[in-house]
Write a protein that binds this ligand. Sequence first.
Ligand code: NAI
Length: 448
Amino acid sequence: MTTTARTAASDIKDLALAAEGRRRTEWAERSMPVLRLLRERFTRERPLAGKRLSACLHVTTETANLAVTLQAGGADVALCASNPLSTQDDVAAHLVKDHGIKVFAIKGEDHTTYYEHIRAALAHRPDITMDDGADLVSALHMIALNRLDDLAPPVRKWVETLSGSDRQALVTGVEGSSEETTTGVIRLKAMARDGVLQFPVIAVNDSDTKHLFDNRYGTGQSTLDGILRATNLLLAGRVVAVFGYGWCGQGIAARAKGAGAHVVVCEVDPVRALEAKLEGFEVMPGVAAAAKGDVLITATGGRDVIRREHYEAMRDGAILCNAGHFDVECDLAALRELSRERRAVRPHVEQYVLADGRRINLLAEGRVVNLAAAEGNPPAVMDMSFANQALAAEHLVRAAGTLEPRVLEVPRAIDDEVARLTLAALGVEIDALTEAQRVYLTAWEQGT
Ligand code: NAI
């Protein structure tokens, strides 16, 4: 039975876990020098003073350091989970007990509770929102467009109790938002394309110091970490099939190769397929890779990437998992239909036995394996992502009223600053252009 500590200001598993959460958050903080510097400045300058900020993020030690930084900047922070399986309950307890942050997140929460927690973050009536996957912002937009039937029941029931002007105020009260991940940015760009985006949203994912590092090096490593923790598999000599050779897929493929696996890549984008080929990976269609792979990993942001025809081709004992944002990359309904039996064989490993006796081992219910079966991306890389988030929040407040309701890039100056501070923290020095070089690189007159 799950014991939960629920008050109006929080809903978490158990406050008694706070001490462990504090120790682990402090451990992460040591690898987050840029966020530490920002926290010092935020404490002095209080750029977010008086702002209510609702964040829908994976509740991890790294996120705890971000939340405390935002609070140091003056924000009144409410935090809910961006995935039912990614919450670290001790961290949630630490934030509530030691910082008075409102947290609504319990590892393993069901669909209803997940949306009850989204509701609680909305009921905080944010001036600023922060998303990882756009669940908070999309709920706000369903409210704005009066598409209440598209809201999950806990949110819908609450919204129905609000007056029309109250609902409007909930949406118009949002000065701006920021988005952490590729999938969220795709959803936001679709809102902008359909002309329904209500407020400016900064695509933090698209800053160089986010996706080039977090998605590639962070998710690359932590996805393998999740697989290894769940299975204790020896990767050397195995065939690992990576579906999607974007930023995450590139990182996963490189790290699997480094661990001695034979890596096969599946893509739908010809340029990325070519990159994978020239990087030395075998490239082939998904069904052929499914027949060959000991481990299959999806990281596409799409849906039904692994479906009936893939399951039908898979080897006995294949391991299947997902690193993409939502749990739709593997068609689990099809897997259930093809299976005669399903059993838990280890924590985070569920074995599906197909009609002909082949076994497929699904990790973490097809949800983000690096966060569900391991601890998510390492703090050293989340330092850059969350420095971007904190600076994006500051930018939204400073530029309030001047930004259009569009998907906006992180200002280049922020990206450069995060890279500069990270290099400094790593003790790496670099050259600067001479004046003559700077002029040359911006002129057209000088040729051969
Ligand atoms: P990306 O856009 O750089 O790469 C996705 C790639 O998948 C593209 O090259 C695309 O052509 C390919 N693709 C799409 N459908 C495919 C299909 N059916 N078969 C094969 N390839 C297909 O995206 P990125 O940044 O690599 O993100 C991928 C997913 O991972 C997103 O959902 C993102 O939100 C998520 N993500 C997860 C993280 C984690 O910690 N687990 C961290 C960062 C991102």
